[in-house]
Design a protein around this ligand. Structure first.
Ligand code: UDP
Length: 425
């Protein structure tokens, strides 16, 4: 597993650490449980990290020296990818893997470069799978000029998609986007994200709470997560006389100055105050992963109304804890949350529709219980990490079974990518 910016050891919930970190950590652990040897390669972003270690769950972690040994925003990492690839190639020369699986577009570049360097020594060379976790083309569509991705992403990401042996999309919507980028449909497989159903359960301790209807948004505190839509919906409910609702904002920075030090938290607090619902919005800050089940169990509903969402692990975690979810009908959320069964779909960026959905759940505890029970059932049957790992294993096996020479279009795309990479340097 190559995950240049998202280490399984990171504290998730900050700006650059979220679902990808969880995905890489949990999928790797589940593959180890199935008897495979899994090494995760990530960039060494702290002096305190050793080069190599084995985690308690048996996953090997290699912290690759590429760029400074401190945190660097992911959108500034591209210049260090050639050094990262060089280190991968060196490591793999002595310890050749059968499969390399890149996570995020820059890891994909590193994998293709490194495998290219090995090609002459190892036959057959490792096969390359890629999970993008987010697509630049979708990000750009929604964020426009606010997107801080390097300009090169626009052409390098589609080249990665066309140059790997298999792209693993996390939902049909992403598979559709990949086909628009020119990826042959035979080289796209779908395997969703998962949830740890042993940890995220409906039964167990819950955080203390009061009598108000308790909602939460959970995740990295970035504008595209649409927390402002939820604040606006609270204001609409307040205007209609319903003030017995509170919203926990979970994620962002933690500590005493968590609002002052975080521009998005400041913006949201100002918005809440200006709309007269400041007293209903509680900024919890980052919550450690181990405490998330307790937090979910204290909620009446989770609200997840991003502008777009490649997959979205938070609704799965909520459903596994028996909590109904209101989601915007975008990306993977259309698939994981069943409208009218485990939660309610609303159009994105639509505070009025969201306010209606909240009111429906607020008025009907029985409906909340029914959605919650259906969520538990759905996650346990379809979204355990063991099931995701078995789907992924099937994809890997098909790649190995059918390996011959890379097909002509993949080979051509790879050599083009390499020329572009050399030009960029
Ligand atoms: N998370 C957490 N603590 C926080 C905020 C978020 O542990 O304070 C976790 C959350 O439980 C989920 C992940 O971060 O596992 C977010 O994943 P998701 O796919 O929903 O969003 P992404 O970060 O990929 O945009």
């Amino acid at each position: 597993m190559v995950s240049e910016h998202a280490s399984p050891l990171a504290t998730v919930g900050g700006v650059d650490a979220g679902g990808q970190n969880v995905h890489v950590a949990e999928l790797s652990a589940a593959l180890v449980r199935r008897g495979h040897d899994v090494t995760v390669f990530t960039r060494r972003d702290s002096e305190r990290l050793h080069w190599e270690q084995t985690l308690p769950n048996g996953v090997r972690l290699v912290n690759v020296d590429a760029g400074p040994a401190r945190a660097v925003p992911k959108d500034k990492l591209l210049p260090y990818i050639p050094a990262f690839a060089e280190q991968l190639a060196n490591y793999w020369t002595d310890n050749p893997p059968n499969i390399v699986h890149g996570h995020f577009w820059m890891s994909g570049i590193a994998c293709i470069e490194a495998v290219g360097k090995l090609q002459k020594q190892l036959l057959p060379p490792p096969v390359v799978a890629e999970t993008f976790h987010a697509l630049g083309v979708v990000k750009r569509r929604h964020q426009g000029t606010d997107d801080t991705s390097p300009a090169e992403r626009e052409f390098l990401e589609p080249w990665v998609a066309r140059s790997v042996d298999r792209v693993i999309a996390t939902c049909p919507d992403e598979a559709f986007e990949l086909r628009q980028l020119g990826v042959n449909r035979r080289r796209i497989s779908v395997a969703p994200c998962g949830v740890d159903v042993e940890k995220f359960t409906p039964d167990g301790p819950a955080r203390a709470r009061g009598k108000r209807l308790r909602l939460a948004v959970v995740g990295r505190l970035v504008p595209r997560k649409g927390v402002d839509i939820v604040v606006s919906a609270l204001a609409l409910l307040a205007a209609s006389g319903r003030r017995d609702v509170e919203l926990l904002v979970v994620g962002g920075t933690s500590g005493k100055d968590r609002i002052a030090s975080d521009p998005e938290a400041r913006r949201l607090r100002e918005l809440a105050e200006s709309l007269g619902v400041g007293g209903q919005v509680i900024f919890v800050g980052q919550v450690p992963r181990d405490e998330m089940p307790e937090l979910f169990r204290s909620l009446d509903a989770v609200v997840c109304t991003p502008w777009y969402e490649p997959f979205g692990i938070v609704p799965l975690e909520a459903m596994a804890c028996g909590v109904p979810v209101i989601v915007s009908a975008v990306g993977g959320l259309q698939e994981s949350v069943v409208d009218g069964v485990t939660g309610i779909h609303v159009p994105p960026k639509h505070p009025a529709a969201l306010a209606d959905a909240i009111a429906i759940l607020a008025d009907d505890p029985e409906l909340r219980a029914r959605f919650g029970a259906a969520g538990v059932e759905r996650t346990r049957t379809r979204y355990t990490w063991d099931r995701v790992a078995s789907d992924t294993e099937r994809i890997y096996r098909a790649m190995l079974d059918h390996w011959e020479e890379p097909e002509a279009d993949v080979a051509a795309s790879r050599s083009r990518l390499r020329r572009v990479g050399e030009g960029a340097r």
